[in-house]
Design a protein around this ligand. Structure first.
Ligand SMILES: [Zn+2]
Length: 313
């Protein structure tokens, strides 16, 4: 049997994924009590639907939603959006950075056992909001950790919990990183806790375009999420667009995932902003072809690598 990924509308084979945005935000409805600076609202169903239809029409198949529970996720809306547009979506359990939670949030007081039980139940039984009032379960596909570069305090507790949940289910761990800060520390920590690099997915790392480090992580089996394409402030021409051909030339095309990470409505065309989710099809894909990547390698970057990482092993 081929590997499958658990989407919000059910299980699909990894081969069904033709074009994925490997780190996206499809719905964010922040909880009361989150500070104004950390409030991102992406919760207009009609506009989100419009953008998803454009993504689908342009050949998009999967969006990896990266908002964990209690940090603004609503997996019921993700399921409704997926069913309504035909775009596959995966949901995330785990924990984001502290700033996205209200002060009293239980995740930031839980011990590792409690957090691990919660992550496992969201992966295997259903997300907490989907099970509310006896609803149909929506299961998470992956465990997110908001990693600011230091493994200590509650972040360490949540990482230990993520390791247990990964071991028990086979799900991968996806990291928010602060522009790649201290990502070197993740492999040793997780190896010590029984999770191999082949289950780690480190996002936003092209903001730290250290080619030697990317090679090392890629060789170890980490999936590297690149997402500065649509953002001139990160100078993508001289960073991500130099990383991709360099790693591909080293035989590391299996280590990269192409993502947009457009969390703000101002980045969506349907909200009157841009560049919009079809930036992947309109700008990134043609440029991957233009730099000389062959079709099989392109397919890895834009679909297969992330699909395989989302499949439980
Ligand atoms: Zn993100």
């Amino acid at each position: 049997m081929s590997a499958h990924i658990q989407t919000v509308t059910g299980s699909v084979p990894v081969e069904a994924i033709q074009l994925a945005d490997g780190h996206e935000h499809v719905w964010i409805n922040p909880a009361d009590g989150v500070s104004t600076e950390a409030r991102i609202e992406l919760n207009d169903y009609t506009r989100i639907c419009q953008e998803l239809v454009s993504f689908k029409t342009a050949g998009g198949t999967l969006l990896v939603d990266c908002q964990p529970g209690d940090a603004g996720r609503d997996s019921r809306q993700l399921r409704r959006l997926s069913a309504g547009t035909g775009v596959l979506i995966t949901a995330t359990t785990g924990a984001h950075q502290r700033k996205y939670y209200p002060p009293e949030s239980w995740q930031w007081r839980a011990d590792a056992d409690e957090a691990a039980r919660f992550f496992i139940s969201e992966l295997t039984e259903g997300t907490v909001e989907s099970l509310d009032e006896g609803g149909e379960p929506v299961r998470a596909a992956v465990i997110k950790i908001g990693y600011e570069g230091v493994i200590e305090g509650q972040t360490r507790v949540l990482m230990e919990a993520a390791a247990v949940a990964s071991q028990q289910t086979g799900a991968s761990i996806l990291f928010h990183t602060e522009a790649g800060r201290n990502i070197e520390a993740l492999i040793p920590f997780f190896e010590k806790h029984g999770v191999p690099p082949t289950r780690l997915y480190m996002c936003h790392v092209d903001k730290r375009p250290d080619i030697g480090l990317h090679r090392e992580l890629g060789r170890a089996g980490v999936l590297l999420g690149y997402d500065t394409f649509g953002r001139q402030k990160y100078d993508p021409d001289h960073n991500v667009w130099e990383l991709i051909p360099a790693l591909a030339a080293d035989g590391l095309a299996g280590a990269m995932a192409v993502c947009l990470d457009f969390a703000f409505p101002s980045m969506w065309k349907s909200f009157g902003g841009g560049p919009g989710l079809t930036y992947l099809q309109e700008e990134v894909l043609p440029r991957l072809a233009q730099i000389g990547l062959d079709a099989a390698i392109m397919k890895r970057l834009i679909a297969r690598n992330v699909a395989e990482r989302l499949a439980w092993t």
